[in-house]
Design a protein around this ligand. Structure first.
Ligand code: SF4
Ligand code: SF4
Length: 202
């Protein structure tokens, strides 16, 4: 393949092969390519920044960078800034954005991918309590196949170290019968184990 052809492909017109990405033994895969590969759906180049996603996002007011700005930052290769931002941890995966997007760009999936890359790269979570909540949620599913809210909340409190906030609300919910200490275990735990094995969740 000629140098010009590789240049055209590098601008996102066509995906580069693994061989084409290797230059002097270094993989030149861009951050945009890395994220698109993991999303495995509509590529982020389809976004034309109409901001309909941001206008409908219920958490945009609290985010460091608006959802469509995160896409622009990925397109510009701002890996460190994106992975270190609180935005990727504040996204609630409500999918309002993809419902509104005229190009079907899946921002909720993109945020998932960015959280995954951030943890794998050892950057961790800027919003540490959100990560603790995810971990407590998954631990509960892994052990019982479903959520037991009181036990999950105790687990979350221990992981986060945030022991006393929301205690009044928790007691009030318990007194009103909104929280049950007993929840049935999923019968088919084998399938749950297979899902965790397949997704390599430790
Ligand atoms: S709605 Fe879709 S096309 Fe518009 S800015 Fe958001 S992601 Fe981009
Ligand atoms: S999925 Fe995330 S980015 Fe999209 S609208 Fe919901 S909170 Fe906002």
């Amino acid at each position: 393949m000629t140098g010009n052809k590789i240049l055209v492909k590098s601008f996102g017109c066509l995906p580069l092969t693994e061989d084409e990405r290797m230059v002097n033994g270094v993989n030149m895969k861009t951050f945009l390519e890395e994220v698109n590969e993991k999303i495995n759906g509509v590529p982020l180049q389809r976004c034309y920044h109409c901001r309909k996603c941001t206008a409908g996002c219920p958490l945009a007011f609290a985010m460091e960078h608006n959802p469509n700005k995160v896409i622009r930052m990925i397109q510009m290769g701002m890996k460190k800034e994106v992975l270190g931002s609180s935005t990727i941890w504040l996204c609630a995966s409500c999918e309002t954005c993809i419902t509104r997007c005229p190009n079907e760009v899946d921002i909720a999936r993109m945020m998932d991918v960015l959280r995954e890359i951030s943890i794998a790269a050892g950057i961790g979570a800027r919003e540490k309590n959100v990560l603790s909540f995810h971990e407590a949620f998954l631990a509960s599913i892994k052990s019982r196949g479903r959520i037991n809210e009181p036990f999950m909340m105790v687990d979350y409190k221990l992981r986060s170290g945030d022991l006393f906030s929301d205690m009044g609300m928790g007691i009030s919910m318990f007194m009103k019968g909104k929280l049950s200490l007993v929840s049935p275990k999923t019968r088919d735990m084998n399938t749950i184990r297979k899902i965790f094995d397949k997704t390599k969740h430790a």
